[in-house]
Design a protein around this ligand. Sequence first.
Ligand code: ZN
Length: 325
Amino acid sequence: MEFKRLRRLRQTKALRELFYETRLYSKEFIFPLFIDDGKNVFERMPQLDGIVKVSVDRLHEILDEIKKADIGGVILFGVTSQKDEMGSYATKDDGAVQQAIRKIKEYSKDILVFADVCLCEYTSHGHCGILKGEKIDNDKTIEVLSEIALSYAKAGADIICPSDMMDGRVATIREKLDSHGFVYTPIIPYSAKFASSLYAPFRDVANSRPAFGDRKSYQMPYQNKREALREIEADILEGADAVIIKPALTSLDVISTAKEKFNIPIIAYNVSGEYAMVKSAGKLGLLNEEEVIIEILTAMKRAGADAIITYHALEAAKILNGKEL
Ligand SMILES: [Zn+2]
């Protein structure tokens, strides 16, 4: 009987590696950083297995590590107790994120600074928008978001990443940035952001849990793939330069289809809950953590991600650049 011997190309390590279809590079990783508005803060967060919350005066300590890891960049999230209904801290010129942006760009031109734009870290009610009663006022919110985006762009952010999931935010932010001369500042929105239970560790660290209700009127039902593709399409039409899809592991099908359908770079966001699962299982000795990290990130890339926001960024870079698995 005649049959194919596909195993021929798997016989040696050299042969297998010659034909790898997917390879990871540390430059594709973006590392989340929590910027605290206090002083002398450098805290390894237990909810995120040692991921750092840091104040601007101690930022250089983690920047040294980031530079050594040779990753693509960082994405910034603000942590503050200065909250109000409108999230007005977010637009302060001397806010923690604005200061951090300036400091990182001063430290190195080669570390890309992605600025997450949302209100949940800054509003007293913890929602991603401005409230009218108990509902989000979409159109008012996108005006405020565009002011935050402008403030981050002025501070020197390389890329603006609205994560709120309001309708029309990309177009509104694009208009705002352009009218102030920031025509070359890219907008990379979280286009398909599912309402997921996998964000829990992040919300603890960023102190951004909604005080009432949930985020299901703006984040997407994870049951819907076609709706995710419509969100991506809408953001592209409004001027998105690339798109973010999250969570990553539960959206590999969305990433894969989006890659085929749209000719635009895709960033997968390997979220806090995904990270926590791997770290916890690794600690229990249930799996080989390093191997699993590389396998998971490779799968995201194989699905179609061009870059990955991941809490594993530094350790994955060390694994890739330092030793063979
Ligand atoms: Zn938010």
